[in-house]
Design a protein around this ligand. Structure first.
Ligand code: CU
Length: 504
């Protein structure tokens, strides 16, 4: 791939970018990634990497070491699945299919692969107990029961999640189902349906990723699908963006640079009843939303940025704190980052020609969800966030994670009300395995309409309490438990994780 030089016209740049995107089915080259330079002379952009797709009912994933050329000089050591230089392929599954995943670990460390958001038996879940030894292959098999939405897979080995995520291990999963297929929604992957994975990194002077869990909780440079200064051309019509916050700890207050409204159509576990129109959506690590952005009135050749409007957040919002000092990777920069407490772009969106079968309007309704209500509740419990004092990790109810500690035992088919209390020292992102739940109340105000759907991860701001309802059905615990934890992987690795079993 050649460097596109400034002497090209803007339209040529857009056209070539489009070709690059639409043709991209394999991993980008590491040292010859295209550099898109705008005629205005602003800093160059790199073509957004589009993860290749695997579909069918058997999925082979191989986690391996790789490298990617992010900086002049030494390449950055990374991890990727199936030969990717960062991240992995997007798995497309159909609800109702029985699938087998063969996960091969070529690292010298153990790993696990968790199917985030999936309602599956605990032994298939890929949590800390389902260890894949170096050189081994793990082959879980299960029926896909989740609704159409965007899910993801990532390592979940206790005390190694932070490191393996930092190195780039992860991938998206798209589930399709008939209810979603019946709607007039964009779904041409990489054309009008674009996956976007946000994760920032800090580079040491050696060009390697900083991965000191005690120091580097926030990166200094945003990587979108592993691409720094990413740019993509989207057609002049309604486009669908599948957003995943795959940060270690940073929250993202996402909006568009011209403040145009956009429509949230999914939460973590499925379509909403109807699109929710917003100008901002807050996403914590682990959360996904799919949004529709209307580009039909934009001129071909125009552009806008997908932004994180993170300046001015209150204390406890992850990424609010810290000082923007020069990156050197050395100690003394705990919780600081060049991106903290600032607004920054995450993707340059250029507008190209419309496609032949363009979606030009946003549906007024989506699906009819039947959520749990307090009338369904058969058991209630409270989980309180504790710990986090200097020198100690966060915990739940005073207990740090132990492989042998079962924090909660739940009866099969119970509809449970979990009240999660955070009067501690910082905000968190709470994730429950096994279930999709409904947030029914927050102590700091109403539940935002854009988070009113099925959720598996939610933001719990400092000083607040949230109440969620979930039904624990279909699977009981025969050996290994399910996890609940903070999805800030540094908090999780330092003990902010517990286990629950589901019993007859
Ligand atoms: Cu946390």
């Amino acid at each position: 791939m050649a460097i596109i030089r400034r002497s090209f016209t803007w339209f040529t740049v857009v056209a070539l970018t489009g070709v690059g995107l639409f043709a991209c089915t394999a991993d980008e080259a590491t040292s010859t990634a295209p550099v898109i330079t705008e005629p205005t002379g602003t800093p160059g952009y790199n073509a957004l990497w589009l993860p290749p797709v695997l579909s069918g009912t058997t999925f082979n994933l191989t986690l391996a070491k790789s490298t990617k050329q992010y900086r002049t000089g030494a390449a950055t050591n990374t991890y990727g699945y199936n030969g990717s230089s960062f991240w992995g392929p997007t798995l497309i599954m159909n609800k109702g299919d029985s699938v087998t995943l063969n996960v091969t670990n070529t690292l010298t460390d153990q790993t696990t692969t968790h199917w985030h958001g999936f309602h599956i038996a605990p032994e298939m879940d890929g949590g800390p107990h389902q260890v894949v030894a170096p050189g081994a292959t793990w082959s879980p098999t299960f029926r896909v029961r989740n609704n159409a939405a965007t899910y993801w897979y990532h390592p979940h080995l206790h005390e190694k999640t932070y490191e393996q995520l930092t190195m780039g291990a992860g991938g998206l999963i798209i589930i399709r189902d008939p209810a979603e297929a019946a709607l007039a929604l964009p779904r041409s992957y990489g054309v009008d349906d674009i996956p976007l994975v946000f994760s920032s990194r800090r580079f040491l002077s050696s060009n390697q990723f900083a991965k000191d869990i005690k120091v580097t909780t926030y990166g200094d440079y945003m990587l979108t699908n592993g691409t720094e200064k990413a740019m993509v051309t989207m057609p002049k019509q309604v486009v669908r963006l599948r957003l995943l916050n795959a940060e270690i700890e940073r929250g993202l207050n996402i909006g568009l640079s011209d403040n145009r409204p956009f429509s949230v159509i999914t939460n973590d576990g499925g379509l909403l009843d109807a699109p929710v129109v917003v100008t901002r959506v807050v996403m914590m690590p682990g959360e996904r939303v799919e949004i529709l952005v209307d580009l039909s009135k934009d001129a071909v050749g125009a552009s806008l940025d997908l932004m994180a409007y993170n300046a001015g957040q209150s204390f406890g919002f992850p990424g609010q704190e810290g000082n923007p000092v020069q990156p050197d990777g050395t100690a003394g920069r705990i919780n600081s980052s060049l991106l903290n407490n600032t607004d920054f772009p995450m993707l340059r969106m250029a507008v190209g020609a419309a496609t032949a079968s363009a979606i030009t309007s946003v549906p007024s309704t989506l699906v009819a969800n039947r959520y749990w209500t307090t009338a369904d509740v058969t058991n209630s419990r409270t989980v309180t966030i504790t710990g986090g004092q200097p020198g100690s990790g966060f915990s739940f109810d005073g207990k740090s994670f132990s492989h042998t500690l079962i924090n909660h035992t739940i009866k099969l088919n119970a509809v449970e009300k979990w009240t999660v209390v955070n009067n501690n020292v910082f905000g968190h992102a709470i994730h429950l395995h096994d279930v999709q739940f409904k947030i029914i109340s927050r102590s700091n105000g109403p539940v935002a309409p854009y988070e009113s759907g099925w959720k598996d991860t939610f933001y719990l701001p400092l000083g607040t309490t949230a109440v969620v309802l979930a039904k624990f059905e279909d699977f009981t615990t025969t050996a290994n438990a399910y996890m609940f934890h903070c999805h800030f992987s540094n908090h999780e690795d330092e003990g902010m994780m517990g286990q629950f079993t589901v019993v007859p």
